[in-house]
Design a protein around this ligand. Sequence first.
Ligand code: DAH
Length: 342
Amino acid sequence: MNIDVENISEVLLSRFDGLDNKADILKSRELKTLYSIIPSLPEAERAIFGKKVNELTLKLKELVEKHQQKLEVPEPIDITAPFDINQNLTNANQLLTSDNGSQHPLMRELDIVLDIFYRMGFSAIESRIIDDDFHMFGSLNFPEGHPARDDYDTFMTKDKLIAPAHTSSMQNRVIQQNKSELEHGKAIACVIPGVVFRNEDVDSRHDHTFYQVEGVYVGKNINAGNLMATLRTFLEEYFGRQLDIKSQPFYFPFTEPSFEFALSCPFCDKKGCSVCSYSGFIELLGCGMIHPNVLTQAEIDPDVYSGFAFGFGLDRLVMMKYDIEDVRNLKSSKLEFLRQFS
Ligand code: DAH
């Protein structure tokens, strides 16, 4: 018999790389022929020949398996490698190297905001990105079926988990968790930065995902004057200049009274410019005195303690500071945009 297993092995191995479906190699005509001739071989040759054929099959099976594993586990990517590592890209010279990577402008501004509040005696805790109905609504004096729930275009899972539409969803936790401050004669003073989500149509002023910063202050004899002074102090520090402030009545279920708060335009000093739509003032945030029901839900006696709360959009604030015309720029990864901040 002059069929040579080694020869056939070479033929099959050289064919392997070109096959679309690698497993076809195991069904090849050559392999089948090898098996079919085993019974016809003289007994002395049969065992050796059979062993060789089995070894070849095993080798081919291993190759097929290895190839499949490679498909299942993608090549690991080194996410720490510099962006410009791939010199073959046509736009490689436009890519950033890892040395000139920098903090995202929103996060840098958030650090500045938090630093101001730290210096004013506030602590900070981040909000959650998944929450529940009680924290989003119930604890904030929105009973079930309350029409104001509709003002927050809230994303909700089938089992009623919520991607919070505001950082106020942290108020109840923050107040409860810091109750001991009140027992020690101090105040609860906390800011809560976090991402919030709304089922919004996206345009230059609105995004479905954005940052808010909530503020909560609870103590004895706290009044709306304290609220206005706190906001003014923060904003003057943030914009680095004196500002006028204005408030007008508004409605939020979780504050009574509630206000819409505006600051004088930091660019034109109330003369009117494109940033403030020629009105001299810019509406920035919602705020108010924490509703007694919200304090009660957080196990605080509203006859003894009072407090204020506020919430503003960080993206809005940063857009205002740098006169950014489109909120989408902030998440666009446009290098020309980001480089302006480094
Ligand atoms: N949660 C409100 C919003 O997203 C903003 C807000 C208003 C927060 C009044 C407050 C507040 O803490 O007191 O529209």
